[in-house]
Write a protein that binds this ligand. Structure first.
Ligand SMILES: Nc1ncnc2c1ncn2[C@@H]1O[C@H](COP(=O)(O)OP(=O)(O)OP(=O)(O)O)[C@@H](O)[C@H]1O
Length: 295
């Protein structure tokens, strides 16, 4: 089930690529389509906030259907990078989504292309879960219009897939941290965008729900060509799901490559000042923090 188009504006998604509806599951095992422009293209992206340089010339390409995870120590600029890609910062023409400069996309168009799960989303006070997730359908609801049966069906399907059936009437503020985090993800998936930006999306989840969420996102990626740009601090999980990883430090990319190339003891010691043991695993290296040796 793909969200109906309600705009005559040009759709920057590659031709033939469906809008990703969370309930539209295609044949399993379809490889990402690698034709057409990249999902994300950053060319010399520089961001200053309140006069402070935060990102110092980032070049990064994320192919359609790829999962790229940005890692790095606190304050490295990961959230700022995702906010720039999501259109929340002024970036001139440094950011292109599916070949279109970000600035050329109107708000509703952009919302059909890119959905974000922010680290700490603002929650309108008193809002029920169902109404909050329905906000994800705004790009498909005409101004002054009401949600359609399709919008409601998508929302219920997403709630179901994120183990939130029965939560619809609950006030968001009464949920546990992990339940609330799944609602934030539900809203982003209900948006049906082709590019998903995940900023520490599972930091409050128990390991079971964490795995469930990442498996769901990965399934959408494999079956429907969803592109994922994520940040996370759990390096083992990051390596298990990412095709490629980018290590950011002090606003610059200091390493990029496969998880095995980026998750090395030497790089993690240098940029995180962390003592870790890296053990090869079937889907990516496991990174285990170890106590420094005291003689
Ligand atoms: N408005 C602002 N003015 C000045 N500095 C800012 C502003 N907003 C953010 N920063 C700084 O920018 C840097 C990057 O912040 P950002 O949130 O992108 O880091 P991060 O890598 O996501 O960190 P974390 O892992 O802690 O979430 C931080 O040092 C932060 O203090």
């Amino acid at each position: 089930m793909t969200p109906p188009s309600q705009s005559s504006s040009p759709d920057p998604r590659p031709a033939g690529r469906p809008a990703v509806g969370p309930v539209a599951v295609g044949p399993a095992g379809v490889e990402p389509i690698d034709a057409g422009p990249p999902a994300v293209e950053l060319r010399d992206l520089r961001v200053r906030l309140d006069g402070v340089p935060i990102l110092a010339g980032i070049d990064l390409t994320v192919r359609a259907g790829e999962w790229v995870t940005v890692i790095g120590p606190n304050g490295a600029g990961k959230s700022t990078l995702l906010r720039a890609v999501g259109g929340l910062l002024s970036t001139s023409d440094a950011v292109r989504l599916f070949g279109t400069p970000l600035g050329a996309l109107r708000r509703r168009e952009r919302a059909r292309v890119v959905a974000t799960v922010a680290q700490s989303p603002v929650v309108p006070p008193g809002m029920a879960v169902l109404d909050y997730v329905l906000l994800g359908r705004n790009p498909y609801i005409p101004p002054l219009g009401r949600e359609s049966a399709t919008d409601l069906a998508v929302v219920h399907e997403v709630l179901d897939r994120l183990d939130l059936t029965g939560f619809g009437a609950r006030e968001l503020a009464t949920l546990s941290g992990g339940e609330r985090q799944r609602v934030f993800l539900a809203r982003a998936l209900a948006q049906g965008a082709t590019l998903l930006l995940l900023d520490e999306p599972t930091s409050a989840l128990d390991i079971g729900h964490q795995q469930e969420v990442f498996e769901l996102v990965d399934q959408l990626r494999r079956t429907e060509g969803l592109t994922v740009l994520a940040t996370m601090h759990d390096l083992s999980i990051a390596g298990e799901y990412a095709d490629r990883m980018v290590l950011l430090a002090e606003g610059r990319i200091v390493a990029a490559g496969t998880p095995a190339e980026v998750l090395t003891e030497e790089l993690l010691a240098r940029h995180y000042r962390a003592h870790v043991k890296v053990i090869p695993g079937p889907h990516g290296p496991f990174v285990l923090p170890t106590r420094p040796h005291h003689p």
